[in-house]
Design a protein around this ligand. Structure first.
Ligand code: XUL
Ligand code: CO
Length: 432
């Protein structure tokens, strides 16, 4: 037991609540489209931002003075105690972690691995008494200076070996804790300048590494989903996993499109010049939609600010695509989000998550109502109805000349029709 969250009672669903330390919209047991809201949203807390990040920014040092900050195993256990106390207060079903968030770094790899195993045992014991499960584990292959020139894409093969050892240890830990997914975000799998970079070689190394990761998953019998998290830049100027379309091409190239799915982050989609819903819809259409990181960026600052979601209409667009894709299977909604560095209090951590959970609940309910109503899908289907005729279908099966022949044979003069965008926006806004 810590006293970090002392005096904060477990949050309850109360639509009339006078405090923001309650849920006004997130009723985990409410049934939407035949499924409990908790099972739709599958919320997860990110260990790194909530418990490991000290409040630094490029100009300033730590602002958070958490009692567990420090390098020892005792501090790591205190941090885990506080984490599980927060999970209980929030009633969240899941958490996510990197190795570096939960264990002290050792002087050697072997020591780091032993530290990870010790803390994973400790977390495993806590999980036996808690309802919170592991959504995904991952390896931090980007903070330590050894990874400054990449992990699997490093010019030094010894770093590739180190990355392999690290991912193996993290996948073992995820497997041991019953994780439902394993995530790879290639923070440094990119480059700063072509002057010192062999792009083709690095991309081939990344592909081979991912094949080895997938083989290892099967070898140990890990049943979870392997997820890649696309991001276009930051920390590297150019990253090999830029966005959904780029990652799909990469997976096809290395024969992994049936093995690996995507963890799509709202802020990363924006950095790539897309909307979140575009990235979700594209991944779903390609059969590689897996999970989401639900954290936004500031639209002016142009970098990855990892803020909690606060915009219901935007999130509704996202959950509409998630629902249309059939909802989450092993995936979920991970808050890869951090407090602003002036938000010092334990209450800030709880209220940030509670507010974000309410925003997501409102968004999902609105999206579900619109999907259930069916008007939007009917309008979309109607727009493409011409393609349901046998002549139109035959055209796709035949050759270009046969398609061309229809124009004169049938005297075709296509008549443009309204796309009705504003009317569909009006429809959307009746629900959101
Ligand atoms: C970085 C990011 C990571 C991944 C996990 O932008 O999103 O925290 O989610 O490594
Ligand atoms: Co993320």
């Amino acid at each position: 037991m810590t006293d970090f969250f002392a005096g904060i009672a477990p949050l309850r669903y109360d639509p009339e609540a006078e405090t923001d330390l309650a849920f006004r919209h997130y009723d985990p047991d409410a049934v939407i489209l035949g499924k409990r809201l908790e099972d739709h949203l599958r919320f997860a807390v990110a260990w790194w931002h909530s418990f490991a990040w000290p409040g630094t920014d490029p100009f300033g040092g730590p602002t958070f003075l958490r009692p567990w900050f420090g390098e020892g195993m005792a501090q790591a256990k205190l941090k885990a105690d506080a984490a599980f106390e927060m999970f209980a207060i929030l009633g969240v079903p899941f958490f996510c972690f990197h190795d570096a968030d939960v264990r002290p770094e050792g002087a050697t790899f072997a020591e780091s691995r032993r530290n990870l195993e010790e803390i994973v045992d400790y977390i495993g014991e806590k999980m036996e008494r808690a309802r919170t499960r592991l959504l995904w584990g991952t390896a931090n292959l980007f903070s330590h200076r050894r990874f400054m020139a990449g992990a699997a894409t490093n010019p030094d093969p010894d770093v590739y070996a180190y990355a392999a050892a690290t991912v193996k240890a993290c996948m073992d830990a995820t497997h041991r804790l019953g994780g439902e997914n394993y995530v790879l975000w290639g923070g440094r799998e990119g480059y700063e300048t072509l002057l010192n970079t062999d792009l083709a070689r690095e991309r081939a190394q990344a592909g081979r590494f991912l094949q080895q990761v997938v083989d290892y998953k099967h070898r140990i019998g890990f049943k979870g989903t392997i997820l890649i998290e696309p991001k276009p830049q930051e920390p590297s100027k150019h990253q090999y996993d830029y966005d959904v379309a780029t990652v799909y091409g990469f997976l096809k190239d290395f024969g992994l499109e049936k093995e690996v799915k995507l963890n799509i982050e709202q802020g990363h989609a924006i950095l790539a010049g897309h909307s979140f819903e575009h990235e979700l819809a594209l991944a779903a259409s390609l059969g590689i939609f897996g999970s989401i990181d639900m954290n936004r960026n500031d639209y002016q600052s142009g970098w990855d600010t990892d803020q909690f979601p606060d915009n219901v209409p935007e999130m509704a667009r996202a959950y509409y695509e998630v629902l249309k894709a059939g909802g989450f299977t092993t995936g979920g909604t991970n808050f890869d989000a951090k407090l602003r560095r002036q938000s010092l209090d334990p209450e800030d951590l709880i209220a940030a998550h509670a507010g974000a959970m309410d925003v997501c609940a409102r968004a999902l309910k609105a999206a579900a109502a619109l999907l259930e109503d069916g008007a939007l899908e009917r309008a979309r289907a109607e727009r493409y109805a011409g393609w349901d005729t046998p002549a139109a279908r035959a055209m796709l099966e035949g050759d270009l000349a046969a398609a061309a022949a229809r124009v004169e044979a049938e005297g075709l003069e296509p008549q443009p029709r309204s796309g009705r965008q504003e009317r569909l926006e009006n429809l959307w806004n009746r629900f959101v």
